[in-house]
Design a protein around this ligand. Sequence first.
Ligand code: CU
Length: 116
Amino acid sequence: MKKPCITLAITAALFTAPVFANPQQMDPNMPGMAGMHEATPADVQGVGVVKAVDTTKGTLTLQHEAIAAIGWPAMTMPFKVASPELLTHVKVGDKVQFTFHQASTGSTVTAIRPAR
Ligand SMILES: [Cu+2]
């Protein structure tokens, strides 16, 4: 009489799986979508871990979490900084909350602060 137990286990797995399949909820309002073709870049907020800091080039590499507002998945990428002074507050391994602007020339971080 093993079969009913297995069936129950499979049924339970099928009903449980979708709950874990989508851990990062998309923002249903998608505020970034409406403004996608605007000439003026909007502030975008992100959270990530500092992977590299280049004070010579004025760039910061961040392993950021998904940013639903602009439809970005989680990734590691370089950002320019609006002011070299921003780089004096961060070091590799820091978890940070950051604000940036998106432009055709790249993304520029305008604010950065520690996150938990
Ligand atoms: Cu990215």
